[in-house]
Design a binder for this molecule. Structure first.
Ligand code: ATP
Length: 325
């Protein structure tokens, strides 16, 4: 069998892709490649351009002139009609009057490399919903059916827009374990989410969009480090009031500071310097802990900093390929 796709083609490739709606620049020169087998989380505040990115990727919209989107070395339209992509979007209603089994059977029949419906129902963990009418499902059950439709065939790329919205904790867990199984088979998984703990747990790579631009690109650990802020906690033996707080606030790198009796919690952009200066002042901290930010805090730190910069200059933050942009 011959193929026109080079074996090394990225699963997804955006090159200077922009999308403008009237005066709104929803996506602004996105250049990024995703590789086969990667599980990638797409994060960003409301309106950052996540859904627009997925729309372009699926060929539902075209990028503005000058930009390009390719999937497996071909156009999104061709990749989608060739069955290489399975998608689970927020928008678009499901056929309400049919049974879940009928809907899944239809998706399997339409997929160029469709699986047997029973297998798809089992993989998505919805065998027990098979005879239910689609219109009578709860929000979380409907999401699981959408997931089944996205995995109805042997696709190489699975695209999910906020897949776990409305799911309870158990459904979420089983959803992500099914998703991990998909990734373990070498598929590329791209999901947009507002649940940062899911991105932290599941994704090999995290992309942060802000005002249509790629603000950060790296592993969750790298994104946390990019925020450049660490938490420091300790207790002090004798706490003279007033003076102490002023001294702590004056330590190098210190941002937020909380004092509760002898317990001190603060954030620092230079934890080493903060701790050294603390000792130099003769304030000997006990139970000293220095920890990184969680992904959610790092995300908030990065995006609010970018927002401040953008507001100050009335421009969007400058972009680069990797790291903070
Ligand atoms: N069809 C459209 N017409 C006009 N403006 C649009 C259209 N679609 C999106 N936008 C605008 O483009 C920007 C990016 O929207 P998009 O939906 O891609 O963001 P998002 O990151 O998915 O947001 P959310 O997290 O709220 O879903 C927003 O300012 C939005 O209002």
């Amino acid at each position: 069998m011959t193929t026109t796709t080079p074996p090394t083609a990225p699963a997804v490739e955006f090159t200077s892709a922009s999308k403008t709606y009237g005066s709104v620049r929803a996506l602004d020169g996105l250049t990024v490649s995703l590789h086969p087998g990667e599980t990638v989380a797409l994060l960003g505040p409301n309106g950052a351009g996540k859904s627009t990115t997925l729309d372009l990727l699926l060929g539902l919209r075209n990028p503005d002139a000058g930009g390009r989107v390719r999937l497996f070395g071909t156009t999104p339209r061709r990749a989608v009609t060739g069955g290489r992509v399975g998608a689970m979007l927020q928008s678009g209603g499901l056929m309400e009057g049919v049974r879940v089994r009928e809907l899944v059977e239809l998706a399997c029949a339409l997929h160029p490399k469709g699986y047997p419906a029973e297998r798809v129902l089992a993989t998505a963990g919805i065998t027990e919903l098979a005879e239910r009418t689609v219109g009578k499902l709860s929000g979380g059950q409907e999401q699981r059916v959408r997931f089944a439709l996205a995995t109805a065939g042997d696709s190489d790329l699975i695209v999910l827009d906020e897949p776990t919205t409305g799911m309870d904790v158990t459904a979420r867990r089983s959803f992500w374990s099914a998703m991990r199984a998909q990734a373990a088979q070498g598929r590329t998984v791209l999901f947009a989410t507002h649940y940062l703990e899911e991105a932290d747990e599941v994704a090999d790579r995290v992309l942060v969009l802000h005002r249509g631009r790629l603000l950060a690109d790296g592993s969750a650990a790298e994104i946390k480090a990019m925020a450049g802020v660490r938490r420091i906690g300790f207790t002090l033996e004798a706490v003279p009031d007033g003076v102490l707080e002023a001294q702590l606030r004056a330590l190098p790198g210190v941002g937020e500071l909380h004092l509760a009796g002898s317990a001190v919690r603060l954030r620092s952009t230079d934890a080493d310097a903060t701790v050294q200066a603390l000792y130099a002042l003769g304030l000997y901290p006990r139970r000293l802990e220095v920890t990184g930010l969680g992904l959610e805090e790092a995300f908030v730190a990065l995006t609010s900093r970018a927002e401040e910069r953008a507001e100050k200059t009335d421009q969007r933050p400058a972009g680069q390929k990797a790291g903070i942009k």
